[in-house]
Design a protein around this ligand. Structure first.
Ligand code: ADP
Ligand code: ADP
Ligand code: ZN
Length: 210
């Protein structure tokens, strides 16, 4: 099963993509995670991507497309994958279509802007493994410490309110047109992203089939 997650920054794409990947045993491919890993390792790609990410802007298409193409062509993606954070522009969607891999679903996790600002303030990310939590909605067992690896949690620089507003504008301008694109392709499914994490997931499983 080949799945695309759509939705504003903070809508819950990553949270749901991880659950989908676990249940259906397919790789979770997050372009944001790939960039953050490159930044941590100090690669050339990481250095280039960081200048855009820090400003709340999208990384240019040419830096994103090749790395996703390489990833989905790997052996473990043969039976499917869940794309989280890609495509984010029409040219990225077109590049994906040109690969000739048929996508089964584009799931739009729908959350209004007002909720997003509040959500992002509470999002915490692990410096070790990148796991994502929320102070209120997805807390760790011990405050400030990752359940998975025991390392410290931080507020991502790009989750500060000013940058979140910028990212929302970028989302509406560059990414939201993908909703029409995948509606026309006949694979768009919308889920309400404002309800509990487990309820959102149940609704997704209803779409994908148990
Ligand atoms: P979120 O989970 O909040 O939606 P991500 O972790 O997916 O954010 O992405 C963080 C940042 O990485 C984005 O704001 C953008 O700068 C960059 N990025 C990630 N994926 C893409 C993409 N497909 N195209 C361009 N930039 C991207
Ligand atoms: P995205 O990948 O779309 O940027 P995340 O999955 O990282 O979004 O979720 C953003 C924040 O909101 C995280 O702190 C996460 O724990 C929290 N969150 C995700 N889904 C929900 C939900 N349905 N209700 C409340 N909080 C949520
Ligand atoms: Zn961790």
């Amino acid at each position: 099963m080949k799945i695309i997650m759509l939705g504003a920054p903070g809508a819950g794409k990553g949270t749901q993509a991880k659950k989908i990947a676990a249940k259906y045993e397919i790789p979770h491919i997050s372009t944001g995670d790939i960039f953050r890993a490159n930044i941590k390792e100090g690669t050339e790609l990481g250095k280039k991507a960081k200048t855009y990410m820090d400003q709340g802007l999208l990384v240019p298409d040419e830096l994103v497309v090749d790395l996703v193409v390489d990833r989905v062509n790997q052996e473990d993606c043969k039976n499917g994958y869940v794309l989280d954070g890609f495509p984010r522009t029409i040219p990225q969607a077109e590049a994906l279509a040109e690969l000739g891999q048929k996508m089964d679903y584009a799931i739009d996790v729908d959350v209004p802007d007002e909720n997003i600002i509040h959500r992002m303030g509470g999002r915490r990310a692990c410096v070790g493994c990148g796991a994502t939590y929320h102070l209120e909605y997805a807390p760790t067992k011990v405050e400030g410490i990752c359940d998975a690896c025991g390392k410290e949690l931080i507020l991502r620089d790009d989750d500060k309110p000013e940058t979140v507003k910028k990212r929302l504008n970028v989302y509406h301008e560059q990414t939201q047109p993908l909703i029409d694109y995948y509606t026309n392709a006949g694979i768009l499914k919308t889920v309400d992203g404002t309800v509990d994490i487990d309820v959102v997931f149940q609704n997704i499983v209803e779409i994908l089939g148990a």
